[in-house]
Design a protein around this ligand. Structure first.
Ligand code: ADP
Length: 272
């Protein structure tokens, strides 16, 4: 059996997707990257192959593409491909109508515009500033003893009544503490944090130039509050990709199958 593995070594999490020769998903996993991306990538490879009953496939019938911030650490990959290309490919596979992909991860955000054939036409990236990334939310959530998914759920029911103004996460923590001291309800303040992240992402989208349909990808796409805030600011539908955090690894796995005899994207219908 010929297999394709995509590994996305991100700043925060490492994702892996294992596809069969037809593009149908056999296994996937998301784990914290931790201090040693190289070891984590090897561990994931072995775990997914074992779970698929294909331990030992790495010796011949496996093609591997690595992507993500730490892609150079994946020393067993056949090749490395940028996250821009992989996210574009992964989201287009899940949503063939996608004209734009917005990927917000732990430490950067990217806006990718696609042409009619799904090729990358233009993109913009913010990797200089935590505002507009998951780490901004993670720091604030930790400050309040919350998991980031709890932070996202806090605000799922209504739009933020106001927005915090600090873009530096250290100042943002101070601003949050002082708003709480003034008596603002905690849910309103935390909603304001999520609106601030959404605002930064929308600024990047506008910089590249909005194209629709637009899909949300990356781990922060699992944050329903941020997704809704961005949608409200854009005033167009802004759906999360079906498997947002896996989009880059999926794109890498699909690219691993290209150029060989292993078929195309025939598994699309089964990827639900
Ligand atoms: P990277 O590829 O840069 O490592 P990811 O795309 O995995 O990053 O995104 C990580 C971010 O996703 C985290 O910083 C966190 O804010 C967010 N995230 C992950 N899971 C959830 C969840 N269940 N709910 C809300 N946010 C989440």
């Amino acid at each position: 059996m010929s297999l394709r593995l995509g590994i996305d070594v991100g700043s925060t999490t490492t994702k892996a997707v294992l596809l069969d020769a037809n593009g149908a998903m056999l296994q996937s996993e998301v784990v914290a990257t931790g201090p040693d991306g190289r070891a984590m990538a090897r561990h994931l490879r072995d775990e997914l192959l074992a779970a698929a009953g294909a331990a030992g496939a790495e010796s011949g019938s496996l093609r591997v593409v690595a992507t993500g911030y730490g892609r150079a650490r994946v020393d067993f990959a056949d090749r490395a491909v940028t996250e821009i290309t992989c996210h574009a490919r992964g989201v287009r596979f899940q949503h063939p109508d996608a004209a734009m992909v917005v990927d917000v991860g732990g430490q950067d955000s990217k806006v990718i515009r696609l042409d009619a054939a799904g090729r990358v036409e233009d993109f913009g990236m913010n990797d200089r500033c935590a505002a507009g990334t998951g780490s901004f939310l993670d720091v604030i959530a930790r400050r309040f003893g919350l998991d980031v998914s709890e932070l996202a759920a806090l605000h799922a029911l209504r739009p933020a009544p106001f927005e915090i103004s600090s873009t530096c996460v250290v100042f943002a923590e101070t601003e949050v503490v002082s708003l709480l001291a003034q008596g603002h309800p905690v849910n309103d303040v935390l909603a304001g944090v999520q609106r601030a992240v959404a605002r930064r992402v929308v600024t990047l989208i506008k910089h590249v130039g909005l194209a629709t349909p637009v899909y949300f990808s990356g781990g922060v796409a699992k944050n329903e509050s941020v997704r809704r805030e961005i949608e409200a600011l854009l005033e167009v539908p802004f759906a999360a990709a079906r498997h947002p955090q896996l989009s880059g690894a999926l794109g890498a796995a699909l690219l691993a199958g290209e150029g060989g005899a292993s078929g195309g994207d025939a598994g699309a219908a089964r990827w639900s």
